[in-house]
Ligand binder design. Structure first.
Ligand code: HEM
Length: 518
């Protein structure tokens, strides 16, 4: 009898505790998914930020999806031979439409996360001047998602940690160190061109240039970051690509509560691959540390970090920085080159102009780092390509404090989405020829004559500007010099111009080009 009484009391207590725990969980959920977003929306409205009305729990994701689908239908009905550089309304139709309705600064919602959208360089300039580095960071909503790619590498760290990381890494990108990477790059590119020559000899002149360049750029970034040689290196490269595929080639509902559960297969796969990459990179790092003691020299970024580092980075931090170099530097550089080949293929006069310049600056000698700065017109072409087709089509921040811009407050916790494609294609900033390929607009002007300096930002802005931009410029110039010295290119009739926003800005159906030896 007593025993029964004790058991029923115990059961009663258990149920009470369970109810309490479930109620607390429910309240937390209510606060996170409903009360806080409603409060944020009210504050943003009070501060004059309007935008498309969100619905629960998707925010504006459904509108975005519908507009994209409608745009795909419109595109399918168009002639496939037209190459139009006015890409904002086709690649990002939701932003183009909302801009017309709400202006260049408005609020939209990814799930329960508010984003202040900015396509006004003046607003951006005032905002970034008033913001101390610590008042904003990278959106938490993306951090978890991209953890297997960047970990706590430079792209993701904030505050004092960011200052420390940036301080240690900056010297690795110094010209003297980049110079030592020239031969690694020349080797990979020459291998690719020799493959092309063999294929052309066998009668096949058509290449998917995006595939070709992504493969070679991946090899180069892996070599220049941590030395891809050996079995471990090759396996790291393979896994890094697989992580990217698992994370971004699927429909993910960023900002929607429990969306990770919906995409749990990809999330788990990315985490597993991420762990495997960490293990492989760790063994490369340990091997390097041993060989450094024995006096071996490695001219890649990891080698430079290990030499300069003297224990300033933990092993995990070193692993994360290697992954960061790969993910931040691989596709961006490859896409800059891919879009360049598309534009040069439809502008043979610019192929000739660059060939003349290469002949004058480099001649028949081997490519040397010091000579690359002399390729001025090539720099104009690079800037113009990055303007029309920016491989990093947006930048994001999250307010860590209330941020005031012209008397309007962006509340702590709000995300900020800077639309680089919109600013690069804005006729009010660039003039009526904004959608024309005119590299000469960069002759004597670092900002291509844009009315506001912040209107041209392919490498970001402020203290967080891309640390790898000199490395990219170097690779870009070496690739173009070697390709244009041996081949001429034209567009294949199979090319369908359809730039798509998939985290980066890439050709929707690849880039088939016809390549002929000179
Ligand atoms: C065409 C090529 C490239 C483009 C368009 C590009 C673009 C950008 C942009 C826009 C940012 C700023 C992001 C932000 O403000 O949130 C950035 C940052 C960064 N990039 Fe690049 N990038 C390129 C190549 C590279 C390369 C080759 C590397 C390294 C090997 C690299 C490493 C980084 C890193 C580590 C950051 C973070 C810097 C920081 O937060 O302090 N990037 N890049």
């Amino acid at each position: 009898m007593d025993q029964l009484l004790v058991m029923s009391r115990f059961g009663y207590m258990f149920i009470n505790v369970l109810v309490l725990v479930l109620s607390l969980m429910f309240l937390k959920l209510l606060l996170r998914c409903w009360i806080l977003p409603v409060r944020a929306q009210k504050k943003l409205r009070e501060n004059g930020f309007s935008g498309p009305p969100p619905s629960f729990p998707l925010g504006n994701l459904n509108d975005m999806k519908k507009l994209k689908t409608a745009m795909v239908m419109v595109e399918k009905s168009k002639s496939s031979t037209i190459i139009n550089h006015d890409i904002h309304s086709t690649a990002l139709p939701h932003f183009a439409l909302w801009q017309q309705q709400y202006g260049k600064v408005f609020v939209y919602w990814l799930g329960i996360e508010p984003f202040v959208y900015v396509a006004d360089p003046e607003f951006l300039s005032i905002m970034s001047k008033g913001v101390l580095g610590k008042s904003w960071g990278k959106p938490n909503v993306f951090k978890k998602d991209r953890e297997p790619m960047f970990g706590t590498g430079l792209v993701m760290v904030e505050g004092d940690d960011w200052t420390r990381h940036r301080h240690i890494i900056t010297p690795a990108f110094a010209p003297i160190n980049l110079k030592a990477m020239t031969s690694m790059m020349v080797e990979s590119i020459s291998n690719m061109l020799d493959r092309w020559a063999i294929q052309i000899n066998s009668g096949n002149h058509e290449f998917d240039m995006e595939n070709e360049i992504i493969g070679t750029a991946g090899e180069i970034i892996a070599k220049t970051s941590f030395g891809v040689k050996g079995e471990n290196g090759a396996q790291v490269l393979k896994n890094l690509r697989a992580v990217q595929f698992a994370l971004f080639n699927s429909n993910r509902y960023v900002g929607v509560p429990f969306s990770n559960i919906l995409a749990y297969k990809q999330t788990l796969k990315a985490r597993e691959l991420g762990k495997e990459i960490d293990g492989l990179l760790l063994s490369i790092i340990n091997e390097r540390k041993r060989s450094l003691v024995e006096g071996d020299d490695h001219h890649d970024l990891l080698g430079m970090l290990l030499k300069a580092d003297k224990g300033k980075f933990t092993a995990t931090e070193l692993v994360d920085e290697c992954k960061t170099f790969f993910f931040a530097g691989h596709e961006t550089t490859a896409l800059a080159l891919t879009w360049t080949f598309m534009l040069l293929a439809i502008h043979p006069e610019w192929q000739d102009t660059l060939r003349d310049e290469i002949r004058q600056v480099i001649g028949d000698s081997e490519i040397e780092y010091n000579k690359l700065a002399g390729l001025k017109k090539m720099s104009w072409v690079m800037n113009e390509v990055l303007r029309l087709y920016p491989p990093a089509p947006n930048a994001q921040r999250q307010a860590r404090k209330d941020i005031e811009v012209n008397g309007r407050v962006i509340p702590n916790g709000t995300n900020i989405w800077i639309d680089v494609v919109a600013m690069h294609h804005d006729p009010e900033l660039w003039g009526d020829d904004v959608n024309e390929f005119k590299p000469e607009r960069f002759d004597g002007s670092l900002h291509g004559g844009c009315k506001n300096k912040m209107g041209f930002m392919p490498f970001g802005f402020g203290g967080r500007m891309c640390i790898g931009r000199n490395l990219t410029t170097m690779e870009y110039k070496i690739v173009l010099s070697l390709v244009l010295s041996r081949f001429e290119i034209s567009v294949s009739p199979g090319y369908r111009h359809s730039p798509k926003y998939m985290l980066s800005l890439r050709p929707g159906y690849g880039l088939p080009l016809i390549v002929r030896p000179l």
